[in-house]
Design a protein around this ligand. Structure first.
Ligand code: KG4
Ligand code: ZN
Length: 337
């Protein structure tokens, strides 16, 4: 079964053709990063406008690369939540138009379910159940993937998502948007240990995390040093920040895996590209004899291949939308459209 998938929930206009949930026939990602960089972050209205301008050519390019036409596609899938609503609606409306005009099934996909499914593309042997750490610019969760469409959130961030904390700390350090990847590149050039950063925990919620205190500590450290005319060792601070976030996330994953009895761990989302986190999870899994699954870097950030993968499993469960489908800015992962 060939699914044409569309993703437009943030600052990437993307489309892909995916066969039977696991095989990517073609995938195109048109990123708007260069434009949002000018403003230090994603400007929602600009994102929506660029999606409107680019979506036709991105879908055309995807079909051309797959050497097929819309007639050869069996269903249309789209990210319908969560995301910047003006951005989500562009993809949803376009997918509805395609499904309506071609009389093909329309499959709505939850963006975070899609991030998890990036692992199905990269690791064809991976099947639920497993435990997944999802860390992106907007979300940070430890999720029990009980089945392809059955999820239970064990842990969550109480404030900033991991990617948001990376980006804001990186911005204070002077890195351009999106800061996470730049902070990562600098972190690997130094050794952690120079700066003692806070590792906040959430009372009575051992699987939850909180990053805003850590982020604010770094921002204050930089501002105070500037006021006093003291130099900040940016590479060392990057190394300590990355190390601290990694330790916070890995300690919660370790506890959740033990308490819930999982020995298969996956990681997903934009921050799954972080070298420190990947190393931390590898060490954790080696220590306990767990199997770790991580997507290749090309499938960590937003793309439509992951949406096409998840859509296949939604379709198998009969989760098809009618023409009243609407996009949603926020929606829990365990809720259906
Ligand atoms: O999943 P994603 O592409 O978009 C959302 O759904 O939010 O995640 C984007 C986030 C951004 O915050 C970006 O800075 C972060 O992932 N990110 C990284 C790295 N690469 C991307 N954070 C830390 N280290 C990286 N190497
Ligand atoms: Zn995402």
């Amino acid at each position: 079964m060939k699914i044409l998938a569309i993703e437009s929930s943030c600052d990437e206009t993307a489309a892909a053709v995916v066969e039977d949930g696991r095989k990517v026939i073609s995938s195109v990602v048109n990123t708007q990063i260069a434009e949002h960089k000018l403003y230090g972050g994603v400007v929602p209205e600009i994102a929506g406008r660029r999606h409107i301008e680019n979506i036709v050519s991105v879908v055309e390019e995807t079909l051309n690369k797959a050497q097929i036409t819309l007639n050869d596609v069996d269903a249309i899938a789209v990210t319908a939540a969560p995301g910047l609503i003006g951005a989500v609606l562009v993809g949803v409306n376009f997918a509805k138009g395609l499904a309506f005009s071609s009389n093909k099934p329309l499959i709505p996909v939850h963006h975070i379910r899609g991030h998890i499914a990036a692992n199905y593309i990269a690791h064809t042997e991976l099947k639920p159940p497993f435990l997944c750490l999802v860390v992106s610019g907007g979300h940070s969760n430890i999720i029990e993937v009980k089945d392809y469409t059955d999820f239970n959130i064990i842990g969550k961030t109480r404030d900033d998502a991991a990617g948001e904390a990376f980006d804001k700390a990186a911005r204070a350090m002077g890195f351009p948007y999106p800061g996470g990847v730049n902070l990562d590149k600098t972190a690997v050039t130094a050794t952690p240990g120079k700066y003692k950063l806070p590792r906040p925990s959430v009372e009575n919620s051992p699987y939850d995390f909180s990053f805003s205190g850590l982020k604010t500590f770094v921002i204050n450290l930089i501002h105070n040093s500037k006021q006093k005319g003291v130099d900040v060792d940016i590479p060392a601070l990057c190394a300590d920040f990355q190390n601290t976030v990694t330790e916070i996330l890995c300690s919660r994953v370790e506890l959740a895996a033990k308490e819930y009895g999982y020995n298969t761990i996956a990681v997903a989302g934009g921050v799954a590209a972080n070298s420190g986190l990947r190393k931390g999870l590898e060490e954790l899994c080696l220590k306990h004899g767990y199997k770790l699954y991580a997507p290749p870097l090309s499938l960590c950030g937003d793309n439509a291949a992951m949406i096409g993968s998840q859509a296949y499993y939604e379709y198998l469960k009969g989760k098809i939308a009618d023409m009243s489908l609407n996009g949603k800015a926020g929606m829990p992962i365990n809720q259906d459209f």
